[in-house]
Design a protein around this ligand. Sequence first.
Ligand SMILES: [Zn+2]
Length: 255
Amino acid sequence: MSIDRAKLHKIYRYILDWFFPNRCPRCRTHIGWNEDFCPECADSMEIYEGTADIPSVDRFTAYCVYDRNISPVILRFKHTDAGNTYYAFAKRISMALERADMRSGIDCIVPIPMSGSSLKKRGYNQAELIAKELRYMIDVPYDNVLVKIRDTAAQKTLGREGRSKNLKDAFAVNPKYGNIKGRTFLLIDDVCTTGSTFAEAARVLKENGALNVYAASFAKTPNKHKSTPEEIPEAEYEEQTEALRNSVSDYIDAP
Ligand SMILES: [Zn+2]
């Protein structure tokens, strides 16, 4: 990828900021055109320092722990693509890759795909939005190498075993992409919980001849204790989601 495209993208973001001033995705404070989070929110995130043993994935990293401090930002991202969130997540993933020394040797960034019907419903794939920004940050192209070939139940409703079964044969290599033999891929998603999604995507890539499969997410549920967002009591979760829905209109001042 030429450096010029990355430069052009920076100019685009700089100009965009004149019309849609950049905001922190967590607290909505105005921030500089090339910033991701405000310093307070950046400091509030708990850095992910665990390791995840994900089948078929050679190396994994995440930027922060998926906790109650950060879950509102992630939930909001699932309801609207507005704002700076995908840029902020990509920036933090690039920092995590740097930290884990995982930036070299990657041929292609691959977003975790959504099924056609889910994509139609939501209008965007958040993993793809992140991948599109990340390519400029680590100078590696992105492509939809995988496609989701069948609908699956929402992963958050299932346990670890159910999640693996639910995803079995849900992904396939995109026939448009061509030969993947001997290549190294970086799978991207906003959140990693049990790792089942990355595992299934990586399995398909490996079965089709991929040499290495790395995976990275913005947030990862902690390995040891159990305070995952899925375990927030239903009423509280609903309340939080409703509050986010109501606040979505506040976010449409940025693309
Ligand atoms: Zn903030």
